[in-house]
Design a protein around this ligand. Structure first.
Ligand SMILES: Nc1nc2c(ncn2[C@@H]2O[C@H](COP(=O)(O)OP(=O)(O)O)[C@@H](O)[C@H]2O)c(=O)[nH]1
Ligand SMILES: [Mg+2]
Length: 345
C-alpha cells in the first residue's frame, strides 16, 4: 500500500515538474525570438571567418602550391646550399620581391632554421607585414565620410565597392554609392546592380558627365538622407584629351570639400598583374594621396607574395584582399592567416 502511495506521489511530482518546465519554456520563447535578429546581425558581421586558414588555403591554392617545396624541406638547424637555393627560387617565384628574398636568405644562412624552414619563413614574412591596417569610418563633425577608389581599368574597383557596400550594410551602416566612372554607361549600370543587391543608395549620371559633379551630388544626397558613408567609384581610363591623374585629383578635391571628407583613398590593384601592379601604383600614389590598398584576384594568381612586395615597396598597407567574385569574397587582410595559408603543413 505504502509503495503504491509513494509511486503515485512520484508520478504526480514528475507531471508537475514537466508542466512547469513546459510553461517556463513557453514564457522564455518570446524573449528568445526577440533577441534573435540582433544575434544574427552580429553573426553576419563577424563573418570575415571567410578569411580563416582553411578557406584561404583553398582560395589561395595556386600561391600555396608554389610553397610546396619549402613545406617539404624537413629537419631543423642549418640549411644546405641546395635547400637555400630552393627557398630562394620559391620566394622569387611567389613575387615577394628581391629585397625581402635576400634578407630572408641571409637570415637563414646566419641563423639556420631552429624550428624548421616553414616556421622561419612564417616569422620573416610576418615581420614584413607590420603596417597599420585600420580603416577610418568617421569624418569630422557634420561631414560625410568618403571612401574613394582609384586604379586602372579592370582591376576590380566597382566589384570591390559592391562587396564593401555589403560589408558596411552588414555592420549596420547606410551606404550611398557615387558612380564616378562616367566613361561608359555600363560602369554606372554595374554599380547600380550592386546598389540593388546590397540595398544601398546610388547617385549616377549619364555617360560622359563630369565625375566631380556626380560625387558632389552624391555627397549632398548622402547628407540629406543621413547616410553613414559614401563609396565613390572612378574611371580607370579617360579619353586622350584629359589626363586621368589630373581628373582623379579633381574628384578628390570635390569629395573632400564640405559636406564631404575623404577618410580613405583606396588604390585597387590586380594581384594577377604581378610586378606591373607595383608600377601602376607608383604612378597613382603621388596624385591621389592613397591611404590603403585593395588587392583583388588573389584567388587567381600563384604569386600571392606580391602582398609583401607591395607593402614593402610602396609603404602602404594592404587593407582588403579579393579572393573571388562573390559578394562575400573581399576580406580584411589578416597577415597571420595569410602566411599560415601558404606555409601550414
Ligand atoms: N576572381 C576574382 N575576380 C575578381 C575579383 N575582383 C574583381 N574581379 C573581377 O574582375 C573583373 C573586373 O572588375 P571590375 O570591378 O569591373 O573592375 P574595374 O574596371 O576596376 O571597376 C570582373 O569580372 C570582376 O568580377 C577577385 O577578387 N577575384
Ligand atoms: Mg568599374
Amino acid at each position: 500500500m505504502i509503495v503504491v502511495i509513494i509511486v503515485a506521489a512520484l508520478v504526480v511530482l514528475l507531471g508537475a515538474v514537466l508542466v512547469v518546465r513546459r510553461q517556463s519554456r513557453r514564457s522564455v520563447a518570446p524573449q528568445l525570438r526577440a533577441a534573435m535578429p540582433e544575434v544574427l546581425v552580429r553573426d553576419v558581421s563577424a563573418r570575415p571567418s571567410l578569411g580563416d586558414v582553411a578557406t584561404l588555403e583553398r582560395r589561395l591554392s595556386s600561391s600555396r602550391s608554389i610553397f610546396d617545396r619549402v613545406r617539404s624541406i624537413s629537419g631543423v638547424g642549418s640549411l644546405s646550399e641546395d635547400q637555400l637555393a630552393v627557398v630562394e627560387e620559391v620566394l622569387l617565384r611567389s613575387d615577394v620581391g628581391v629585397t625581402t628574398t635576400n634578407e630572408i636568405l641571409s637570415d637563414l644562412r646566419e641563423n639556420g632554421a631552429p624550428e624548421g624552414v616553414a616556421n622561419s619563413l612564417r616569422d620573416s614574412l610576418l615581420s614584413s607585414l607590420r603596417a597599420d591596417r585600420s580603416v577610418r569610418l568617421k569624418a569630422s563633425e557634420g561631414r560625410v565620410p568618403v571612401w574613394l577608389f582609384v586604379g586602372v581599368n579592370g582591376v576590380g574597383k566597382t566589384t570591390s565597392i559592391g562587396k564593401l557596400a555589403q560589408r558596411h550594410v552588414n555592420e549596420g551602416r547606410s551606404v550611398t554609392l557615387a558612380a564616378g566612372d562616367t566613361f561608359r554607361a555600363a560602369a554606372a549600370e554595374q554599380l547600380e546592380q550592386w546598389a540593388k543587391r546590397t540595398g544601398s543608395d546610388i547617385v549616377r549620371a549619364n555617360e560622359g558627365a563630369d565625375p566631380g559633379s556626380v560625387v558632389h551630388d552624391a555627397l549632398g544626397r548622402a547628407q540629406a538622407r543621413g547616410s553613414d558613408i559614401v563609396l565613390a567609384d572612378t574611371a580607370g581610363r579617360r579619353s586622350n584629351s584629359t589626363n586621368l591623374l589630373d581628373e582623379l585629383a579633381k574628384i578628390r578635391r570635390v569629395a573632400d570639400r564640405e559636406p564631404g571628407e575623404v577618410v580613405e583613398t583606396f588604390m585597387v590593384l590586380d594581384a594577377t598583374t604581378g610586378q606591373n601592379a607595383l608600377n601602376q601604383a607608383r604612378e597613382f600614389l603621388a596624385a591621389a594621396s592613397v591611404t590603403g590598398i585593395v588587392l583583388t584576384k588573389l584567388d587567381g594568381t600563384a604569386r600571392g607574395g606580391i602582398v609583401i612586395a607591395i607593402e614593402r615597396e610602396l609603404g602602404i598597407a594592404v587593407k582588403y584582399v579579393g579572393i573571388g567574385e562573390g559578394v562575400d569574397d573581399l576580406i580584411v587582410f589578416d597577415p597571420q592567416n595569410f602566411v599560415d595559408s601558404l606555409l601550414d603543413a
